[in-house]
Design a protein around this ligand. Sequence first.
Ligand SMILES: C[S@@+](CC[C@H](N)C(=O)[O-])C[C@H]1O[C@@H](n2cnc3c(N)ncnc32)[C@H](O)[C@@H]1O
Length: 202
Amino acid sequence: MNEEYNLIVKTTALVMNIVKEYVNIGDTVVDCTMGNGYDSLSLAQMAGCGKGGKLVAMDIQTAALWGTQALLEENGFKELEDNGIRLIRDSHENIDKYVKAGEPSAIVFNLGFLPGHDKKIVTSVRSTIPAIRKAIELVRENGIVSVTTYTGHAEGREEKERLSEMLAALPSKKYHVAHVDMINQKKTAPGVFFITRKKKLV
Ligand SMILES: C[S@@+](CC[C@H](N)C(=O)[O-])C[C@H]1O[C@@H](n2cnc3c(N)ncnc32)[C@H](O)[C@@H]1O
């Protein structure tokens, strides 16, 4: 096993491998924290952008949009719109402006700051919680929402704590929530919440 692909060691690979089990070619997928575009690229590939699949990717920083566009183009997605890809500069709490309820099979959040850029621009509990509340209502039945958290900074610790409380209180008949934590690593190692929606909300 190569460490790069060791799913327990490499959290981003773990997330994408779980998420891809919920996504078929032709689906709509959403990246709520586009960043440098690595998650967006994986999502575009698994949903078959260019073969009927659609990717909506959001970030508040222009640098994220430029970086993601370049990465997608380098990987064969030349005309983004023609390939069903929308890169949107907006906060993820407005996700419901861009996707319809029941449309996305996967919605991915990778919280924190944009690597290589200003570490003071981080996701914040004030927008993360409302965004995730919307995401779990928008995702299709038996679809998945994943949220990767980082506790190396104060805002990240608060996000993880508040999210944990909110997700633990979700009705068990409508949602199933799993939490992966690296229990023998540094306290700052990433953690992941996976939420699947079992039934339509009434
Ligand atoms: C850890 S990075 C994401 C990494 C990315 N998924 C990748 O594959 O490279 C977190 C991103 O969240 C973005 N962000 C912060 N607040 C946001 C918000 N309210 N809405 C959308 N994105 C936000 C940051 O600008 C940053 O680019």
